[in-house]
Design a protein around this ligand. Structure first.
Ligand SMILES: [Zn+2]
Length: 459
């Protein structure tokens, strides 16, 4: 990443004009010099162009602070990450709602995911079900399947965690991850005529590629319904899944049957480690680019993304739907989790890991220009870059970046010792490819659903 040229410094207004110049007659952009008008002109110019594939990369908790921290540490303040290279960038709002539909200004990943996955807002903790009435809402993955597209979901969290869950399940509460975890979802149990836990629903959806952590959830025994007595993993095999548990067996997975990859009992252990932030700060530290808790042979998010793309593309080529493409979601989940834990090195390492997956996605799109690639976050988070001389409350750490400079990061959204919190600020959304212009300006995350649906012409 360090060898990337640093010359690309388009503010988005300039980027919009640049693209406007290429997409619409010069007179149109010249006669409408305002941001909003330019955006509508752009949409009109691009409206007919459809995407065959969509790759959506979500940095969980990856607000502007988290992106800037990862940039400063890895490629330097004047450097640019892969995710900084998208031609079109906008901002989007992420608030959730209460049961009456009134704003709740700080979302969690469940309500946020429901927003981008269904186009509708819900209450914190809920998985693709409505806020007051708790009714299932159709997801973009379900629409993609109905329209004959291949589908995939890749995450560094448990596959039953909120972000992957919103695509292929509907649950009253995000905690209902395995058959033994159904306490908060009485209406969703199979005995009550519901669809069962998030793990069971995910494999019942026959998503073509499911890669992540959470093996222990899938090893829980099913106690109700036609698969009673089996584990969810056994149910998956019965449904035709190839089950893989490390990088080597993942590489051996073949198109033709769906793939369930479970690379850790819980969340996939993070790539980097270091000292957590502390009250009064830490000694200056360099992050350790390794983690003894990460089993040898655990595939990187980048490797998983590359394999998922290969499997999805081959699946379509081998079927009668060869003209149809795919929808793939890739989540860097532990940016959020290490932010909660005030662990700057863990957080930066996971952001860098997602950024390498972005590189894979952009390389695929370079070869397949009918691919819309979108990178965004589900909500903002706690970390802040503060002056070295500041003495902020809460937890701080000083890092020595790759360019040799000290950088101070602070976590003060909750009492030291408690989990640090999400924040309610808007986050970045960036894109390239057919209909990427829909991310321009200030949008709401529910509009991402419409952007993807429209780009893929899903009915
Ligand atoms: Zn979180």
């Amino acid at each position: 990443m360090g060898s990337r040229p640093y010359g690309r410094r388009l503010v988005w207004g300039a980027a919009a004009l640049l693209v406007a110049g290429a997409a619409v007659p010069a007179a149109a952009s010249a006669s409408r010099p305002g941001g909003a008008a330019d955006v509508s002109a752009l949409s009109a110019g691009h409206g007919a162009k459809k995407a065959k594939n969509v790759i959506l990369l979500i940095g969980d908790g990856m607000g502007d602070s988290e992106i800037t921290l990862a940039r400063d540490y890895t490629v330097g303040a004047a450097g640019r990450l892969n995710m900084d290279a998208f031609p079109l960038t906008g901002a989007y709002t992420t608030y959730s709602v209460d049961r009456y539909g009134k704003p709740d200004y700080v979302t969690d990943s469940a309500a946020s995911g429901t927003g981008w996955a269904t186009g509708q807002k819900t209450v914190n903790g809920r998985i693709s079900k409505s806020p007051g009435t708790d009714k299932p809402m159709t997801t973009i993955l379900e629409l993609a399947q109905r329209n004959g597209l291949a589908t995939g979901s890749v995450t560094t969290a448990e596959l039953t965690d909120a972000t992957p869950a919103v695509l292929a399940s509907h649950a009253t509460d995000r905690s209902c991850q395995g058959p033994a975890d159904m306490k908060a979802c009485p209406a969703d149990t199979i005995a009550k005529g519901g669809p069962g836990s998030i793990a069971e629903q995910s494999v019942n959806h026959k998503v073509d590629v499911l890669l992540g952590g959470g093996r222990a959830r899938f090893d829980q025994k099913i106690t109700e319904g036609p698969y009673r007595g089996m584990t969810v993993t056994e149910q998956a095999r019965k449904l035709g899944y190839q089950v893989v548990t490390d990088g080597k067996s993942l590489q051996g997975a073949r198109p033709g049957r769906p793939v369930l990859g479970l690379f850790a009992p819980g969340n996939v252990p993070v790539e980097w480690t270091g000292k957590p932030a502390a009250q009064g700060g830490t000694d200056p530290q360099r992050c350790v680019t390794g983690n003894p808790e990460r089993a040898a042979g655990t595939p990187s998010l980048e490797a998983q993304t590359r394999k998922a793309l290969q499997l999805l593309e081959r699946k379509q080529k081998g079927s009668g739907d060869r003209k149809k493409g795919f929808f793939l979601q890739v989540e860097g989940a532990s940016i959020d989790k290490r932010d909660h834990a005030a662990d700057p090195c863990g957080q930066i390492g996971e952001t860098a890991s997602l950024d390498r997956a972005v590189k894979v996605a952009r390389a695929y799109a370079a070869e397949h220009p009918d691919t819309l690639v979108v990178t965004t976050a589900d909500h903002a988070h706690t970390s802040q870059i503060v002056p070295l001389e500041a003495n902020p409350p809460g937890l701080s750490s000083t890092l020595i970046t790759n360019e040799g400079q000290p950088l101070k990061v602070n976590y003060s959204t909750n009492t030291p010792g408690a989990s640090q919190e999400h924040t309610g600020t808007q986050v970045r959304i960036a894109a390239q490819g057919p209909q990427a212009e829909h991310v321009l300006g200030v949008t709401d995350q529910t509009q991402l659903f419409t952007t993807i649906r429209t780009a893929l012409s899903l009915r």
